[in-house]
Design a protein around this ligand. Structure first.
Ligand code: ATP
Length: 460
């Protein structure tokens, strides 16, 4: 009897991710650099598939969306103008004995103070002092203060006179800075959107939970420009679109919760924010966000840079600064939620078969091709022929002739390959192949000529 389980925990995912070449600790051979991860061959394929799918859904299949790739380093005045220099801060508290630093709100939440994240640093400080709240090591804590999360570096060749610049903490500002360029080159009519996928950097006080909270990550963001009067229906539209995309890439929708963020907790630029939270093994936390940023950013940039950023409606001649709805998705959190949602164990007696139930269009490899025996030349040649044929049709076809066939199936199951094609002795006689389904492990025999069509019909 086979027992099916979807139970997951982080250790299993972290171990599979490393063992099978998805995700490695950054700078591992030097002991690691906290908050950084490297993506191995399969991690890159998985990430690319998720990213490409996002671009396809939100940009390529639309008629009013534009892509952008702006610089990571931007003029320092950008971040003064947007308020990031003053307000992009987290509450920090230090263990005065070990000098270990913690996010004060996380520390208090873990100690059972459920609403700590909505407190001001002063309120947290008062609580810590009044209750003589200790660090996880049991030591006294210093004062709660604010800590700016932007990472900085210097540009210029002479160290002394070089100026400090920030690594962007969000991709959004690159879009606002290029709003006028896109307007001048393409003359789009409202509503339209500019989308950008790229790296963002945050000096998180305590990076943790594998790739959930890291210091270097990738965002997929859209600034959708509208007339302010249309913000509510546009917000609802994107909420629905994001939910449908989340499900389409294989994230378990029963673990998604849309949480309206109360006034006190919202970013300074937002008039409404919904967090799409996911039930991770370490708690229900943000996966993606959707914000109504009003005209805050364009208005501030217009004020500080002097550039004219208004839009003139051709019909009504109304001149106004567009408002913005911003869907914002973290690629690493998407990868994590996809892996957690896909992880399966089938137990039969002592035998545990691990597989990733990834949708075929998201899996790193769509199909694996093997000769039944690798040392039989005719089998090998015929398998190679099938492999070359499929490679012409599908991006991600993998050749696998390591170990025996059972081991190959297990390996492909663990990395989520939906189909394994095997060429055996019958194949040489009747030009058929066997194709095995990852989830059911059932095999069918089909003609070589029908193979590509059969697979194509199953990739959605
Ligand atoms: P959190 O509250 O978890 O710190 P946030 O509200 O600061 O997240 P946003 O500023 O809304 O996050 O960023 C948009 C998206 O970028 C998030 O929904 C998330 O997917 C991703 N993201 C933000 N910070 C990180 C991080 N440190 N590591 C990985 N992804 C991140």
């Amino acid at each position: 009897m086979s027992e099916h389980t979807t139970q997951t925990d982080m250790e299993k995912i972290v171990s599979l991710a490393k063992r099978r070449g998805f995700v490695f600790q950054g700078s591992e051979i030097y002991g690691g650099l906290a908050g950084t991860y490297d993506y191995g061959p399969l991690g890159v394929l998985l990430k690319n598939n998720i990213r490409d799918n996002w671009i396809e859904k939100f940009v390529s299949s639309q008629t009013n969306m534009y892509l952008l790739d702006s610089a990571i380093l931007m003029h320092p005045r950008v971040w003064e103008t947007t308020g990031h220099v003053d307000k992009f801060v987290d509450p920090l508290v230090e263990d005065i004995v070990t000098h270990k630093r913690y996010r004060a709100d996380h520390l208090l939440e873990e100690a059972g103070v459920s609403d700590a994240s909505s407190w001001t640093p002063q309120q947290m400080n008062d609580f810590v002092t009044k209750n003589n709240h200790k660090s996880p090591e049991g030591n006294p804590l210093g004062p709660v203060r604010t800590f700016n999360m932007m990472l900085s570096t210097k540009v210029g060749t002479v160290e002394d006179s070089a100026s400090v610049v920030y690594l962007r903490p969000e991709t959004a500002q690159g879009i606002f800075l290029n709003y006028k360029n896109v307007m001048d080159s393409f003359h789009p009519k409202l509503p339209f959107g500019i989308a950008q996928v790229g790296k963002a950097f945050r000096n998180e006080i305590t990076p943790r939970d594998f790739i959930f909270r890291v210091r270097e990550f990738e965002q997929m963001e859209i600034e959708y420009f509208i007339h302010g009067s249309q913000w509510k229906e546009t917000f609802t539209f994107f909420q629905e679109q994001m939910l449908s995309w989340i499900t389409s890439i294989g994230i378990d929708s029963s673990k998604i919760h849309c949480v309206d963020i109360p006034d006190a907790d919202r970013a300074h630029y937002s008039q409404r924010t919904i967090d799409f939270e996911f039930e991770y093994p370490f708690g229900q936390k943000e996966l993606f966000g959707l914000a109504y940023r009003t005209d805050y950013d364009l208005a501030r940039h217009m004020q500080e840079s002097g550039a004219r950023l208004e839009y003139v409606d051709e019909v009504t001649q109304e001149k106004f600064i567009p408002h913005v709805i911003e869907p914002s998705c973290g690629l690493e959190r998407a990868v994590l939620a996809v892996l957690l949602s896909a992880y399966r164990e089938d137990t039969a007696g002592d035998d545990v078969r691990v597989f990733l139930d990834l949708p075929a269009h998201i899996a790193p490899y769509t199909v694996a091709v093997s000769p039944l025996l690798k040392n039989k030349e005719k089998l090998w040649n015929e398998a190679r022929d099938v492999f070359e044929m499929l490679k012409k049709e599908f991006h991600h076809v993998v050749w696998d002739d390591h170990g025996n066939i059972g081991k190959r199936y297990r390996r492909q199951d663990e990395i989520g390959t939906p189909f394994c094609v095997v060429i055996d002795f019958d194949s040489l006689e009747d030009k058929t192949v066997t194709i095995r389904d990852r989830n059911t492990t059932e095999q069918i025999r089909i003609s070589k000529d029908d193979l590509a069509g059969w697979i194509r019909a199953r990739i959605t």
